[in-house]
Design a protein around this ligand. Sequence first.
Ligand code: HEM
Length: 307
Amino acid sequence: MEKYTELLHQIEEKYKKLDQDPEAYLKGLLHAKPIDYWDYIEVESLLSLQKPRTDFPDEMVFIMYHQVTELLLNMMTHEMKQICNSEILTASFFIEKLGRINRYIQMLANSFDVMRLGMNPEQYNQFRFTLTPASGFQCASFRFSEIYATDIENLLDARIKFNLPEKYDMEFLFENIYWQAAGKDPKTGKKSVTLQHFEEKYLTRFIELANTHKHKNIWQRYNAMPEVEKNNPELIQAMKDLDIEFNIKWPIVHLNAANAYLLSKDTVTEATGGSDWQKYLHPKYQRRVFFPAIWSKEELENWATEY
Ligand code: HEM
């Protein structure tokens, strides 16, 4: 029993500080059932979240891979938040966190072929009608990752990015963010239902998060580092890798999947979100770059042109 004395003392201290009776907690421990894998991981809840809207078997693939993506994007933002909120401004801390973030986005970019090759196009082109006007475009986790990564100014539509008015607020930035191009009629400015629903649900949260992270997104935290840390080549490479994976490689594999299902010899099928998707989804059209200042002028001019 002696070997537990210190532990028992710590438990006693812990609960006394909370004004609680330590004995009650120890008795609880005596009777509590050991936890099992399925309860800890919530396997049954997790596997009850797939609810196809049709009887086409491949709709399951579509739903599950979107869910896998949501989980991995949330693993990314889990690391991103730690960079944003940390006081540790060392290259080694950033490299460790960015390494994790990059491995997650690489998992997504490297696995996207399970979408491109995983579904029967005939099945996809029937069950997708039941999804209208929903679109992966409405994936907020994707946009949260961007807000944690960089200044919203870097996410603007290329047409306004270099012609910003002297004064503007966060509402203005979100009205001109790159993704508006997928849902706004360029002539009338009218927003598609897909975009309207997306903004009704998330815009306030996006703006709030962007405001609270104006000075503490990854780019801002990098800039706050001492010069010697900032110049660490491994850190610069890790930041470039994030830009390449998130802003070029994932968009390209995603576009390849869209091509596989929505493009045939002479027809371009309209997507559920209704965008001019062939143009919009190409990274050389969007030219999203989280950390433009670490790239050369030439690299920025040729962004994603080799794809
Ligand atoms: C067969 C598979 C897929 C097809 C054909 C497809 C097609 C499209 C299309 C055409 C768009 C443009 C918006 C629209 O008009 O709807 C879009 C946007 C988007 N999709 Fe997919 N998608 C597929 C799978 C996925 C998956 C698995 C995800 C993971 C969550 C995803 C996430 C997104 C995101 C984040 C956008 C917005 C991209 C941006 O704004 O640059 N898509 N998708």
